[in-house]
Design a protein around this ligand. Structure first.
Ligand code: DP6
Length: 345
């Protein structure tokens, strides 16, 4: 066949128990298992076309042709699939990131999950979702979890084949997440470099690994019991511990800005004064994500916007796992992107 096409959508995810550190950088094997919530508000749509007529790989992101460095990352990822089935055609990869620019969430998680599903579809590779998640992992660790919807666990595994994701719960029980977009600037220390430096230099790192395992077991209990307070407290504590390891790295660094700390204080204040269920977590950037009750999201948003009038607050509900798109849906996706996000440049 001269041409084969695959199109897929994957949503981003926010870790409640963080992945922080690799035991094998080449294979993207993590130091600890993690657990996330997939979000419906942020996603990536990707189309992959393999053709005998192509003489090189190309990558077009949000309408912009990408440079060699970006193409190399994509090519290396496509090679995993090409090598798996002995494919030698080049590909054109086109992606649209549906992430409000201010959210600063332009995440590799949805990107590599969508690319994994689109590529497997184009090449007609019959893999289970779990096996596909272990391919996605090789693009970016957090994308392992974006193949599935709701609460998802990424089991650290013992080797490349069994370090994969599994769905834990659909999160269809009054769960929401509010993103406080304090800063849209690109992160100063990429998560990859940040976690490597932490593993290598933080004297607290071992404690992180040990307690992350305990947190994971406890949060799975909280989910099984549908105990929101327990879920929230564990989320907040685990996130803070991750950030404590960056402060103890050498040289020390932090992803927090002054605005992040203000946002954190606002979340605590609203929780204490209005009794709303709201628990925060942060990733490798300054934005604060608030785990909340979907039924209280509007009220929480109102309260927080009084304390933080200058920041955009973006609501999300739990999202679905990755799915294939038709050519017609892809065309619609382009029109929506033009209308809602707009092409860069
Ligand atoms: C803080 O998945 O971006 O968001 O595997 O090196 O691509 P690489 O890192 P990445 O790291 C995510 C770190 C985190 C926590 C998490 O999502 O679990």
């Amino acid at each position: 066949m001269t041409q084969s096409v695959g199109i897929a959508r994957a949503h981003t995810n926010i870790a409640l128990i963080k992945y922080w550190g690799k035991r094998d950088k080449e294979l993207f094997l993590p130091m600890n298992s993690s657990l996330s919530l997939t979000l419906d508000a942020f996603y990536t749509d990707t189309k992959v076309v393999f053709d005998t007529a192509f003489t090189e790989d190309r990558f077009i992101l949000n309408g912009l042709e990408q440079d060699e460095k970006e193409i190399r990352k994509i090519s290396r990822f496509l090679d995993l699939f090409r090598e798996y089935i002995g494919e030698d055609r080049f590909a054109v990869v086109e992606s649209l990131n549906f992430v409000p620019t201010a959210a600063g969430l332009a995440s590799s998680a949805s990107a590599f999950a969508a690319l994994a599903l689109a590529t497997a579809t184009a090449l007609n590779i019959d893999l289970s979702r779990q096996a596909l998640s272990s391919f996605a992992r090789r693009g970016s660790g957090s994308s392992t979890r974006s193949l599935f919807g709701g609460f998802v666990e990424w089991d650290m595994g013992t080797c490349s084949e069994d370090s994969l994701a599994r769905p834990i719960d659909e999160a269809d029980w009054d769960i929401g997440m509010l993103v406080i977009a304090v800063d849209k600037a690109k992160k100063k220390v990429a998560s990859r470099e940040g976690m490597d430096l932490t593993v290598a230099t933080s004297p607290f790192y071992q404690a992180w690994v040990e307690t992350a395992a305990q947190d994971l077991a406890a949060i799975k209990e909280a989910i099984a019991e549908r105990d929101f307070e327990k879920l929230g407290r564990l989320t907040e504590h685990n996130g803070m511990k991750m950030h404590a390891t960056t402060l103890s790295a050498n040289p020390p660094f932090t992803y927090w800005s002054a605005a992040s700390v203000r946002a954190q204080e606002a979340v605590r204040q609203v929780r204490e004064e209005s009794g709303l269920a709201a628990y925060m977590t942060m990733d490798a950037g300054p934005n604060v994500k608030v785990l909340c009750r979907a039924s209280q999201m509007e009220e929480l948003k109102r309260e927080l916007s009084v304390l933080l009038p200058e920041f955009q607050l973006i609501e999300s509900l739990p999202g679905q796992g990755a799915s294939q798109l038709t050519e017609e849906e892809w065309q619609q996706s382009h029109s929506r992107f033009q209308k809602e996000v707009g092409y860069e440049g």
